[in-house]
Ligand binder design. Structure first.
Ligand SMILES: Cc1cc2nc3c(=O)[nH]c(=O)nc-3n(C[C@H](O)[C@H](O)[C@H](O)COP(=O)(O)OP(=O)(O)OC[C@H]3O[C@@H](n4cnc5c(N)ncnc54)[C@H](O)[C@@H]3O)c2cc1C
Ligand code: SF4
Length: 463
């Protein structure tokens, strides 16, 4: 076994990343997975803090120092069990969590030595385990209880995992053609291979989950039907309504909302029916926004053969909201960034097709109580950027299907579902979690809420 606290002798390394010229040719993941030796040596850098900040900062409170110690000693099966105990899908969070803001950001070594590569080691532990034939374990359906999960994204998949571990039958309803929510139709394949998501879904089905795809609750099946056949319901319907800039000509042809664009390109890649208007080959694409979704639109456009791909963002690069890693990857792949600009108007031709976007320059002024600078527009600073396609990536809000109000399920002023400390909504026996409850956020927070809700449901049904 390697000694721990090896950070003096061993530098932080990240897994090998495919060269940018090569990776823009396809939608395959850009990072390799650590080898057994790399993972072990990197894990041996861990200080084994008595009160580990990484564990506290991880929304799932993963036992990070324990699995690092196990993997450093090549005890891969133990690491696999520990990692899969607290996390419903470690190989997914390891790939796409913004670790710099979570576990790695709070690692004691993140003070100049370089944080432990927690995310990459987490991915390695599960992928290596799967290769060796390890699988998540389930007891089979051993209770007479039945829970419906509406929405198959990370929150729903997490809730299903923990209910199935307790032997409770799960019916999962999904309006799309495939399960996974934004893991499948939002986050592009160069960040998360779609087979990785499908594998987890398959294991849940093998464990006793019935998956009902193309089944929208409130349209194809009524909420009452679902309620009458189940002992509890978990709502994990996400928050996919795109925020709009409310500009002149915003509805012109070739002005897209980020999710519509990303979903249809993913459908194209799945060889499913998609709308050809989202094809960007040979076009000048302008993306408005500076978060992770904007980076995904830029990088998708590059892979789809756009002529030019520009990102226009209203603050400076130090105030971009997304992950630094994704920003750097987008830049390396050829996206061109302009900071301190905000859109004023979409310019369209007589056929109502976008031809340019009028922008204005901004400066940052005083910071608010959250440390965020407000934006002032510089008068008379208007300029035009030519564009064949404009994509807005300005965040998402919760949608509020009619069945919520019809069933007395309360939402707050932003449309997010209200819950109590047990994740139960204002309607008894109906729980909620993930983006539909907290507003658009992260996979790992959706995972944590699905898990916590499952624990509350299990307690209410089985004790
Ligand atoms: C482009 C993009 C990139 C992102 N990248 C990252 C990232 O790198 N890392 C990260 O941590 N997070 C990322 N996120 C955020 C993350 O994907 C979400 O926070 C997370 O998916 C929320 O999970 P959820 O289960 O609450 O909702 P969703 O993933 O939105 O799933 C909700 C599901 O419910 C279904 N549904 C809705 N209504 C009904 C109904 N009435 N009947 C049946 N089914 C219904 C929907 O079709 C959907 O499949 C990204 C988001 C986007 C949009
Ligand atoms: S789930 Fe995310 S935050 Fe938690 S240990 Fe894994 S990568 Fe870090």
């Amino acid at each position: 076994m390697l000694d721990m606290q090896n950070f003096i002798n061993v530098e932080r390394i990240e897994p090998n990343r495919r060269d940018s010229n090569e990776r823009v040719e396809d939608f395959r993941e850009i990072y390799d997975i650590f080898s057994k030796e790399e993972a072990s040596v990197q894990a041996s850098r861990c200080v084994q803090c008595g009160d580990p900040f990484c564990h506290s900062k991880c929304p799932l409170h993963n036992y990070i120092p324990y699995w690092l110690k196990s993997i450093s000693g090549f005890k891969n099966e133990l690491a696999f069990k520990l990692s899969n105990e607290s996390n419903p899908y470690p190989e997914i969070t390891g790939r796409i969590c913004p670790q710099d803001r979570l576990c790695e950001g709070d690692c004691t070594l993140n003070d100049g030595h370089g944080a432990i590569t927690i995310g990459s080691i987490e991915t390695f532990i599960s992928e290596y385990g799967f290769k060796k034939g390890l699988k998540p374990e389930f007891p089979g359906i051993i209770t007479d209880k039945k829970v419906a999960i509406i929405g198959s994204g990370p929150a729903g998949l997490s809730c299903a995992t923990y209910l199935l571990r307790a032997g409770i039958k799960v019916d999962m309803y999904e309006r799309q053609n495939r399960a996974g929510g934004l893991l499948t139709y939002g986050i592009p394949g160069f960040k998360l291979d779609k087979e990785v998501v499908a594998r987890r879904v398959k294991w849940l089905e093998e464990a006793g989950m019935s998956l009902h795809i193309n089944s929208e609750i409130g349209k194809d099946i009524t909420f009452d039907e679902v309620a009458s056949e189940h002992d509890a319901i978990f709502l994990s319907i996400g928050a996919e309504t795109s925020n709009r800039a409310k500009l002149v000509n915003e509805n012109a042809k070739n002005v897209f909302m980020a999710m519509d664009f990303l979903r249809d390109i993913q459908k194209k890649l799945f060889h499913e029916e998609y709308d050809k208007k989202y094809e960007v080959e040979g076009k000048n694409v302008v993306v408005i926004g500076g978060g992770d979704t904007a980076m995904d639109c830029l990088r998708t456009s590059i892979r789809e053969g756009a002529k030019s791909v520009k990102c226009l963002y209203r603050r400076d690069k130090y105030n971009m909201p997304g992950s630094k890693k994704e920003f750097k990857n987008a830049k390396a792949e050829g996206a061109v960034f302009t900071y301190n600009v905000t859109p004023k108007e979409i310019i369209a031709n007589s056929d109502d097709e976008v031809i340019a976007i009028e922008m204005q320059k901004t400066i940052l002024s005083n910071k608010d109580e959250n440390g965020r600078s407000s934006i002032e527009i510089i008068k008379g600073s208007e300029f035009r950027v030519e564009a064949d396609i404009v994509i807005f990536a300005l965040g998402f809000s919760a949608s509020t299907p009619d069945f919520l109000a019809e069933n007395g399920i309360e939402v707050n002023k932003w449309g997010a579902i209200e819950v109590d400390k047990n994740h139960e909504t204002s309607k008894s026996g109906v729980y909620a979690g993930g983006d539909c409850k907290r507003g658009s956020d992260l996979v790992v927070t959706a995972a944590a809420e699905g898990k916590d809700a499952a624990e509350a449901i299990i307690k209410s049904l089985l004790t």
